[in-house]
Design a protein around this ligand. Structure first.
Ligand SMILES: O=C(O)CCC(=O)C(=O)O
Length: 337
């Protein structure tokens, strides 16, 4: 392979060796079932107790769900997807100006997951941006396509509001004050990963992203409507999440698992690739502020189990997360009491 990224316009006829997973780690695509009953929650529902119950059930039983009537404008969503496609369609030389494999960078185009550490690579390129506070980070975002900054900025603001609304509903569903999660997480950071998965010559041998949980608090994922690829682990089986029109996929991250003392599960998920069509997804991550102490409330530790995880800060967790490979054991295990 002659460039650092796979979105170079070259169509590969065989999967390069460094992407081939050992037999036992392959996705076994023919065994994956469609998940027919992913909860789809209508956030426009005016019966708040019912909404809170639906959110609690979905967080407890699935760790993920889809939301409709979520308040993020259709125009903001459509434009975000369009500009993401335009970004990855730019000439590779233009994109490579933003390339970095240093996870500490707050804006970078990169590939796979942690290319310098991992043994096998993943069939994904991604643009990773820090998004909060916007005034600090927007100036370093891509200036090409020219409308990128303005579109992504609007999108980030709207998605952040949705995240806060969900955190309020989740707090209530745990029997806590509405603002509990927001108060514990403090001035939350926000990151975005614009993922691009080019057509892959041998999709059964590799992943776009292997099974992982998200290290942050809450993830709001915008999926490509035309091409599926997201799969989640449900009852020990990988199931495909069909994109739902005008919906976001929401998943609980490691920090909400710790904060809820294990009641809400940070869901294992992965992205598979296909031979025919490129796929895009835009993941927005809400993250605890650097000085927030991740610790469950007393009401969730009083049932005799005590706190499952020790108290820690997010920078401590994040450093540990990026020092490992994506497909290793759950990082949260390393923080158990
Ligand atoms: O592309 C997808 O569907 C999943 C993306 C994802 O898991 C991530 O960005 O962490």
């Amino acid at each position: 392979m002659d460039t650092k990224v796979i979105s170079s316009g070259v169509r590969y006829s065989r999967l390069p060796e460094s992407y081939v997973r050992p037999e036992s780690e392959r996705p076994r695509l023919s065994e994956v079932l469609d998940c027919e009953n992913v909860p789809v929650i209508d956030l426009g529902c005016e019966d708040r107790p019912s909404l809170v119950r639906q959110i609690g059930d979905a967080c407890e039983k699935y760790g993920f769900f889809q939301v409709t009537n979520h308040g993020v404008g259709l125009e903001a969503v459509g434009r975000m997807m369009e500009v993401a496609v335009e970004f990855f369609e730019m000439p590779v030389e233009e994109k490579l100006k933003l390339y970095s494999d240093d996870p500490a960078k707050t804006m970078r185009l990169s590939t796979s997951f942690n290319v310098n550490k991992e043994k096998v690579h993943n069939w994904r390129d991604y643009l990773r941006l820090h998004c909060y506070p916007l005034e600090k980070y927007v100036p370093e975002w891509p200036s090409n396509p020219p409308q990128f900054k303005e579109i992504a900025r609007t999108y980030c603001m709207e998605v952040r509001e949705l995240g806060f609304r969900l955190q309020e509903l989740m707090s209530e569903s745990l029997g806590l004050e509405k603002d509990h999660i927001k108060n514990v997480l403090g001035e939350q950071g926000q990151h975005m990963a614009v993922n691009f998965y080019p057509p892959c010559p041998q999709p059964e041998l590799t992943y776009g992203l292997p099974g992982h949980t998200d290290p942050n608090a809450l993830t709001i994922l915008l999926q490509d409507l035309q091409v599926s690829g997201l799969q989640v682990l449900k009852d020990n089986k990988w199931v495909a999440v069909k994109p739902h029109p005008n919906a976001f996929v929401i998943n609980i991250g490691d920090q909400l698992q710790a904060l809820s003392n294990g009641r809400y599960k940070s869901v294992w998920h992965r992205a598979t690739v296909n031979a025919e069509k490129p796929r895009m997804s835009v993941a927005s991550f809400l993250c605890p502020s650097d000085d927030a102490i991740i610790s469950p409330p007393k009401s969730l530790t009083e049932n005799g189990t005590g706190a499952i995880y020790r108290d820690y800060t997010y920078p401590e967790y994040y450093k540990k997360f990026w020092s490992r490979n994506l497909d290793e054991e759950h990082c949260l295990e390393l923080f158990k009491n």
